[in-house]
Write a protein that binds this ligand. Structure first.
Ligand code: ZN
Ligand code: ZN
Length: 355
């Protein structure tokens, strides 16, 4: 905050707020906020409404709980107006235009300004401590276990939606507090869409299928993608599978502290491009994962994020062909002092045989 010339920092993005306080509510917009953290160089507050005040007062030890008497935004403005300092940092990517306008008008009357300061907490969150890594390991192990169960259970004729529901049910029964994101199951031509939403289309023998899934545990997200065909796989699938797997291995081997996101992405992209399929790898290589499913650092063509020990990233190259389908293989890796440790243990099998 000092470096940026900020005297006050306002934090409301749910994962940032949970990181600083432990308060785990996930509100959907800044306009419907469940609470704002306000920090100065010597004080910290968590302002919330009557709905959450008791929870905050009982569970958050190091921030002073403040109860907003009417609208939480009025309470936040009142709190800010009694704190000193001309520059107030805020999360531009979380705050809505409407909320920003109301705060800016109130502060402006006192000649104070709002300064975008998104990356302040994001950079802290990018490097995980031992406790966070332990939670991530458990979320990933649970996800691996459930994937293995699904491979024994999945059958041709089941719809994408049925498989997705079975994944969700098994994750929750296995102890997940929720989903890191809605499980995605894509089969046949649907597998050409990287963020496909499961449909009522039955899955079939011999077509490309991928599953993207992750447990949420104590706030932290796992992220796993596996591709396969049921019973038998056509040669073009096996070729695409080998290419994506090779790209993933090369990228995994090359990850180390000091590498930037662009160069990380290029490791896998070069392998796929050299094989003549560069235009089919239509997304980034990977992303940081933690309290949010997508967070810093990014491994993508324009990312200047630099890898550091303690960062946790996905490595997920893929190729997609409209009308045919696609292949994506995704593991999670922890950046270590020496290089990387792969945290994912789920088997990689291009063909699942029905038993
Ligand atoms: Zn994923
Ligand atoms: Zn991912």
């Amino acid at each position: 905050m000092d470096d940026r010339g900020l005297q006050v920092l306002v934090v409301g993005q749910p994962a940032n707020r949970q990181y600083l306080s432990g308060f785990a509510h996930r509100d959907e917009t800044a306009g419907a906020s469940a609470g704002w953290i306000v920090l100065t160089d010597r004080e910290g507050f968590l302002i919330t409404t009557s709905l959450y005040y008791d929870e905050v007062a009982m569970t958050v030890q190091h921030l002073e709980p403040v109860r907003a008497e009417r609208r939480i935004l009025d309470g936040l403005i009142t709190l800010l107006s009694r704190l000193p300092g001309a520059a107030v940092g805020f999360e531009a990517s979380w705050m809505t235009v409407d909320v920003h306008r109301q705060i800016a008008e109130a502060l402006g009357r006192a000649h104070r300004s709002l300064v975008p300061s998104d990356d302040l907490i994001g950079r802290l969150r990018a490097v995980k401590d031992a406790e966070e890594i332990d939670i991530l390991r458990r979320a990933i192990a649970l996800t691996d276990r459930v994937y293995s169960e699904i491979t024994r259970w999945i059958r041709p004729g089941q719809t994408e939606r049925e498989v997705a529901w079975q994944i969700e049910r098994t994750l929750r029964e296995g102890g997940a507090e929720g989903m890191a994101f809605e499980p995605s199951v894509a089969a046949g031509p649907h597998a050409a869409v990287p963020h496909h939403r499961p449909s009522d289309r039955p899955i079939q023998i011999g077509e490309p299928i991928w599953i993207d899934m992750g447990a949420r545990l104590a706030g932290y997200c796992a992220d796993l993608t596996r591709s396969f065909c049921l019973e038998t796989a056509p040669p073009d699938f096996l070729e695409a599978y080998d290419l994506v797997l090779r790209a993933q291995r090369v990228a995994m081997d090359g990850l180390r502290p000091g590498l930037d996101g662009r160069d990380g992405d290029a490791l896998a992209r070069e392998v796929i491009t050299q094989a003549g399929h560069g235009d089919e790898f239509i997304h980034s290589l990977g992303h940081g994962v933690g309290l949010d499913i997508h967070e810093a650092p990014s491994l993508g063509r324009s990312s200047e994020d630099v890898l550091e020990p303690g960062m946790v990233v996905t490595i997920e190259p893929g190729v997609y062909r409209p009308g045919w389908g696609g292949v994506r293989i995704e593991d999670v890796a922890l950046i270590t002092v020496q290089g990387r440790e792969v945290l994912t243990g789920a088997l990689k099998q291009p063909v699942l045989f029905l038993t």
